[in-house]
Design a protein. Structure first.
Length: 303
């Protein structure tokens, strides 16, 4: 992309954040490896699940500290790509990569009992979708993007509620699951439905909505988190974010909304297929088991 050579190595790659993510990945390697038994780990974590966790760490670094983070301040399309990766792709990778015994060690204590409300499926479903939609109201988005502390807090909060949302789709602790397989299918469908209004508003808006990507002065204020020194010097080189964008503000906004919705639907289709196949295999194995009480199972599923 033209103009990226203007930024320094530190501004492009955020070395301190990279070190932080590497420390988390190293700690994970020790916890699931030589320290496993200290955390109640009886079963080893398969390599594919470890790779899922490391993949999540890499993606989080790229979208919050690497080049994608910088690009997300230059084009709305990249911003929505970062959002989709952070809160739709990364959470299931983390839930798959962190073993059940580690979740039990961390959250199986009496301390967490008063917070059980947050484990309700309806809370996870509505908290994420409402918070995400609220963030993309133009005035809210511009305010968050131009206040560094609020920006960091809000992004962290979105990740927590995204994990709570995905928890009910692929709960890593079977005995903590509160949603049956068939209801998970409805849960996934509802997720796609609840996020649609925000994407539709962004895609079909008759004009650009977000000042961060269209007003040079607001853009410079937001860029203050990405560049060293006085960010106003950027305006001496080129006129705001339009320098980086090959599209108009409205086209960039439309493409961003489309990217967000398509990535969400792609992940939802994968989740629907996975949940359906798990349910099908379970039902098939129970049908083939002559000792299984089908009548009792039907009564339990209807509770």
């Amino acid at each position: 992309m033209p103009g990226l050579d203007y930024f320094s190595f530190a501004e492009m790659w955020s070395p301190l954040f990279l070190v932080f993510m590497l420390l988390i990945a190293t700690l994970y390697a020790f916890v699931v490896g030589p320290w496993r038994q200290r955390f109640g780990g009886v079963e080893a974590v398969p390599v594919v699940r470890q790779l899922a966790f490391y993949g999540a760490m890499l993606l989080l670094y790229l979208v919050h500290g690497g080049p994608l983070s910088l690009l997300g301040h230059l084009m709305f399309t990249f911003h929505m790509t970062d959002m989709a990766i952070s809160y739709i792709i990364v959470p299931p990778l983390l839930l798959y990569g962190i073993p059940g015994w580690l979740w039990k060690w961390a959250f199986g204590r009496a301390f967490w009992k008063p917070f059980r409300l947050f484990a309700n499926p309806l809370f996870g479903l509505f908290a994420f979708n409402l918070l995400f939609s609220f963030y993309h109201m133009p005035d809210v988005h511009d305010w968050v993007m131009t206040h560094y502390v609020i920006h960091g807090f809000f992004y962290a909060l979105l990740l927590v509620v995204a994990l709570l949302n995905w928890w009910h789709v692929m709960c890593p602790v079977p005995e903590w699951s509160r949603v049956t397989s068939l209801r998970k299918l409805g849960y996934i469908f509802a997720n796609g439905l609840l996020l649609t209004p925000a994407c539709v508003l962004i895609i079909f808006a008759p004009e650009p909505l977000f000042a961060v990507y269209n007003d040079p002065q607001v853009w410079v204020q937001a860029m203050g988190y990405c560049v060293s020194g006085d960010p106003a010097r950027l305006l001496e080189q080129f006129e705001g974010p339009a320098f980086f964008n090959l599209m108009s503000g409205r086209e960039d906004q439309q493409l961003g909304g489309i990217v967000m919705k398509l990535l969400q639907e792609f992940v939802n289709i994968w989740a629907l297929y996975s949940v359906f196949m798990q349910w099908y295999r379970k039902e098939k194995s129970q049908e083939d088991d002559p000792a299984f009480d089908h009548a009792a199972s039907g009564r339990l599923n209807n509770v």
